[in-house]
Design a protein around this ligand. Structure first.
Ligand code: PMP
Length: 354
């Protein structure tokens, strides 16, 4: 029989998204979504746009790009938008890596990075984090390639400061650095203020987390106009309508209500501090998180056993089976009430262990 599937696709291990179960109602703390709804005004903006679905969207997404430029003090040619930040990350792999310029990223980071490299036939190297699960920038010295850095990192939640990352950038003037800031609004420092100074820096953010729009699929990239032009070439070479009308309108409406989102982020950070303290009291070990999740392990129970135990009780968290992360669970910060349920069930599981 003739085999129609390419060797590259046959060899591909796809990304595994977090579960989105439909079987029962869970306390859902597994995919780092916001527990709060989109800002008032977003639903109306989407509804108004739904009336116009007969028409293609504006491929330049002019209104959205202009609103982003205003919000972040950038010019329009320094920004492009994508169908989630995943799409822009994929474009960044294609635009800034090739056979002589591998992708470099930590061994413990966003699980999509090796997939983006593989699906595009690009070489990559995973560089181990240290024992504290922190990046050691010295490990990248002398290595040619484009560095992909999630800051805060996922799934650890650990962030490095702007000045540390700037020093790293300065040490690699001839290489690209892509900083994935999916979780930056939960207490980390953005690299956006530096894009004018460094034409080898691309910053990618998402509306999925702090702006409660995971289901709309909206991300943006900011960098020197030449970098943005390359990403737009890829957009126009794949799908110029990558951000649909309703999502574009949702994005504009969301940007008008920054205070609402700032308040939500503050609440999430408070709930994070409360949850982290409660977990530490139970004997969990966890790094300082600057994201909307905690990465925690307990000496008395493995990550998988805890994940399964919690799932049975209707609480969904995430577990990553790779050797260096198997001891941990990653818990999204939900509402205070959701975290009380999570803490209560976790305590019960631990009590049943002993
Ligand atoms: N980067 C990181 C580090 C993430 O955890 C995620 C969410 N899974 C993304 C990017 C992609 O987010 P989205 O495509 O929803 O913008």
């Amino acid at each position: 029989m003739h085999v129609f599937i390419s060797e590259r696709v046959k060899a591909l291990t796809p990304y595994t998204p977090g579960e989105q179960p439909q079987d029962r109602k869970y306390v859902k703390l597994n995919t780092n979504e916001s527990p709060y709804p989109p800002a008032p005004g977003v639903a109306d903006a989407v509804r108004a746009e739904a009336e116009k679905l007969r028409l293609y969207s504006d491929p330049e997404n002019h209104l959205l790009v202009a609103a982003l430029a205003e919000s972040y003090g950038l010019s329009e040619d320094e920004i492009t938008v994508g169908n989630g930040s995943d799409e822009l990350l994929n474009f960044a792999f294609i635009a800034f890596c090739d056979q002589n310029c591998p992708a470099l990223f930590p061994d413990i980071t966003y699980g999509f990075y090796p997939v983006f490299a593989s699906v595009n036939g690009l070489p990559f190297e995973e560089i181990p984090l240290n024992d504290a699960l922190e990046i050691d920038f010295a490990d990248y010295q002398g290595k040619r390639g484009t560095v992909f850095l999630a800051n805060p990192n996922a799934p650890t939640g650990i962030a490095r400061s702007r000045s540390e990352i700037e020093s790293f950038l300065k040490s690699r003037p001839d290489s690209m650095l892509v900083v994935d800031e999916a979780y930056v609004d939960f207490g980390a420092e953005s690299m956006l203020p530096l894009i004018r100074e460094y034409d080898n820096l691309l910053v990618i953010q998402t509306f999925s987390k702090s702006r409660s729009l995971a289901g709309a699929r909206l991300g943006f990239a900011a960098g020197a106009p030449s970098l943005i032009k390359a990403l737009n070439t890829l957009r126009y070479s794949t799908n110029p309508y990558n951000v649909n009308r309703m999502t574009s309108a949702a994005g504009v409406a969301a940007l008008r209500e920054q205070q609402y989102y700032n308040d939500n982020c503050a609440r999430i950070m408070q709930t994070r501090a409360y949850t982290a303290e409660a977990l530490r009291k139970m004997g969990f070990l966890l790094p300082e998180s600057r994201s909307n999740f905690l990465f925690a392990r307990h000496p008395a129970i493995g990550g998988e056993a805890l994940y399964r135990g919690l799932k049975e009780k209707g609480v969904l968290v995430r577990h990553f089976a790779k050797p260096r992360t198997a001891a941990y669970i990653r818990v999204t910060i939900g509402t205070r009430e959701e975290m009380e349920v999570f803490l209560m069930e976790t305590e019960a599981i631990l009590a049943a262990q002993t």
